[in-house]
Design a protein around this ligand. Structure first.
Ligand SMILES: Nc1ncnc2c1ncn2[C@@H]1O[C@H](COP(=O)(O)OP(=O)(O)O)[C@@H](O)[C@H]1O
Ligand SMILES: [Mg+2]
Length: 236
């Protein structure tokens, strides 16, 4: 968190969120008006898609505002099934990846990978990793997402066969507002900083692993002890 607080104050975040919230409210109203005038189901489906995206942006804004709050109250804690969450994030990204000519391969272990965490901020972290990977893999590229248990940790790898992170940028890309020299598309350079804070708030970490090609990010989070395991231990 120290990096984040040094660069953005709680006031800055609050103001930015507020500034974006007003036009979002206008968009919600416009969707409502469009719904009443829509005369075919395809149009209604499109309006529904726009509404869902607006909702997701609102969620992200709230997550951003949350950064200014103390760690424990920043997340809504509960049991999160990490492999299922990764599967959901990937399935939402498949259509846009296809449009970009990127193939996404998924390998998820059978176990639930239950962790004690906050679905929304973890989802945002995974979305950023997958979004970055798709953008950097580029046309004809491949993204691999895997989730597995390693000892007491749930580990999600997000890898791609794009150009990877320039060696001189590797130490800096987790800092807020830093974009690498080869950064693709639009972005604020905040995603990895927020994702790593989220991982650390959960007692885990997010790192960029050494790799011969492309970029390989590793999100590791402590597994929750499950009731079934406790009863197995009790029985043993
Ligand atoms: N999969 C990737 N391949 C290559 N570079 C990456 C990848 N993911 C992140 N980066 C680098 O890390 C920087 C920071 O990422 P991020 O914090 O998500 O910000 P943004 O996506 O807004 O640029 C990116 O600008 C890019 O330079
Ligand atoms: Mg990003």
């Amino acid at each position: 968190m120290s990096d984040m607080t040094a660069v953005i104050s709680a006031d800055d975040v609050g103001r930015a969120v507020h500034d974006v919230a007003s036009p979002m409210t206008v968009l919600v109203g416009l969707c409502f008006a469009l719904r009443r005038r829509a005369d075919d189901s395809a149009m209604l489906a499109d309006i529904g898609r726009v509404e869902r995206e607006i909702e997701r942006i609102s969620d992200r804004l709230e997550a951003l505002a949350n950064l200014a709050r103390p760690v424990r109250s920043r997340h809504v804690w509960g049991a999160v099934r990490l492999a299922a969450l990764a599967r959901d994030v990937v399935s939402r990204s498949v259509a846009s990846a296809q449009r970009a000519g990127v193939n996404i391969q998924v390998q998820l272990c059978d176990r639930d990978l239950v962790i004690d965490g906050d679905t929304r901020t973890l989802e945002a972290a995974l979305e950023n990793l997958v979004g970055n990977a798709v953008r950097h893999a580029g046309d004809g590229g491949t993204v691999w997402v895997s989730a597995s248990a390693w000892g007491a940790q749930a580990v999600v790898h997000v890898a791609d066969d794009g150009p990877g992170v320039h060696p001189d940028d590797r130490p800096h890309i987790f800092h807020p507002h830093v974009r690498g020299r080869d950064a693709k598309g639009f972005g604020q350079g905040l995603g990895l900083a927020i994702a790593r804070d989220t991982a650390r708030d959960h007692g885990g970490d997010l790192i960029l692993e050494p790799s011969p090609r492309g970029a390989v990010f590793r999100l590791a989070l402590p597994l929750a002890i499950q009731l079934s395991e406790l009863s197995e231990r009790g029985a043993a």
